[in-house]
Write a protein that binds this ligand. Structure first.
Ligand SMILES: *Cc1c(COP(=O)(O)O)cnc(C)c1O
Length: 366
């Protein structure tokens, strides 16, 4: 099984259930005390003045670009090795994604960003993929030189750092998803933004609720992207245990690092950029030339793996209108054919992991 969410739930089942009953009995279900308390606690955890709860990670992204005034005619730089939602967050507003190849750390190659800047560029979307920070020092410096906004997509990075700073506190806005599989996962859809700009946070609070601060007084055309009390309450329980969950995943990653014989069939283990740490949202190996054979082989042994992601956004059907073709971003395209995410979840036992490690070490290739 690549990701068993029931394991994590059962570790603290009673706490979740008590919280759920409390919210159900409260008679107040959307945007209330639990949401307010969660926003305070998440802002403190990330290290920002503000957090605004929203309905999903995609909402966090598109509402961010909307409120930053980035839309038709504008360009946003993003890694060609990203999740499709990152790109949708840009294009929903009519802005154009400009792709930059990933480096050996699977995230955007900061060295190539400046060449992608044009007079239309308005922002860089730094996607901290798989639980590892982008090079925020270089990204911030480029943004400053060109007067660009920096938006962080922290959907897969709940509590990891760049040079000691928690991601989501470095750019103008941090965008988080609390989809159940994410580091701090809700029990349904949820998301939020973090920022150190209280005036901007106030705009998010208004926008998520039909552009209204005072009931029936609508100041802008907004959206319905409210966080509900049940998810916020359950997320508060999760957040209490998040440091322990992250530590557990770090231990699992360390065991993979120590146990896997990387060079046997040309496997490459994940690399961590100096200055970054990882919360190991995914443990992604590269298996050039034998990824599909390896996945099949593991499946036959009862080991589930996932590919993050098999089709880079520029080649997906949804983005045919961008007119990109195979070969335009060769590194991202190569990664799509060689990455494999190994089982990595809280509650995974050492015995289960040893089974995975021994199976991979016994793999002979195609
Ligand atoms: C999950 C995810 C999103 C979207 O979040 P949802 O809550 O599913 O809308 C955006 N970006 C990245 C990198 C993600 O992993």
């Amino acid at each position: 099984m690549p990701n068993d969410l029931g394991r994590q739930y059962s570790l603290h089942a009673q706490e979740y259930e008590e919280k759920a009953v409390k919210v159900l009995r409260s008679g107040w279900y959307v945007l209330g005390q639990e949401v307010q308390a969660f926003e305070k606690e998440w802002a403190a955890y990330i290290g920002t003045s503000d957090c605004v709860g929203l309905a999903s990670g995609l909402d966090a992204l598109w509402i961010t670009f909307r409120l930053l005034g980035i839309g038709a005619g504008d360009e946003v730089i993003v890694s060609a090795n990203a999740y499709i939602a990152c790109v949708m967050g840009i294009t929903i507003n009519g802005a154009t994604p400009v792709f930059v190849e990933p480096d050996i750390y699977d995230n955007i190659d900061a060295e190539q960003i400046e060449a992608a800047v044009t007079p239309r560029t308005k922002a860089i979307l730094a996607v901290h993929l798989f639980g590892q920070a982008c090079d925020m020092t270089k990204i911030t410096a480029i943004a400053r030189r060109h007067g660009l906004r920096v938006v962080e997509d922290c959907a897969q990075s709940h509590g990891n750092h760049w040079q000691g700073k928690t991601v989501g506190s470095i750019g103008d806005v941090g965008c988080f998803s609390f989809y159940p599989t994410k580091g701090c996962g809700a029990f349904g859809d949820a998301g939020c933004i973090t920022t150190n700009d209280p005036a901007l946070a106030e705009q998010f609070r208004m926008y998520r609720n039909y552009g209204s601060r005072v009931r029936y007084q609508n100041e802008v055309v907004g959206a319905n992207s409210r966080l509900d009390e049940l998810q916020a309450g359950l997320l508060r329980v999760k957040l209490k245990h998040l440091p322990a969950f992250d530590a557990e995943r770090r231990a699992i990653a360390a065991r993979y690092d120590a146990g896997l014989q990387a060079n046997k069939v040309g496997l490459r283990l994940p690399k961590i950029r100096p200055g970054a740490d990882s919360t190991w949202h995914q443990y992604v190996i590269h298996a050039p030339g034998c990824r599909d054979a390896l996945a099949e082989y593991l499946k036959a042994k009862g080991i589930g793996t996932i590919i993050h992601y098999p089709i880079p956004p520029h080649l997906s059907k949804a983005y045919a209108y961008l007119g990109k073709k195979p070969g335009d971003y060769p590194v991202a395209e190569r990664y799509a054919g060689e990455v494999l995410s190994l089982p990595m979840y809280n509650g995974m036992t050492e015995q289960e992991q040893t089974y995975v490690i021994e199976a991979i070490n016994a793999f002979e290739g195609r």
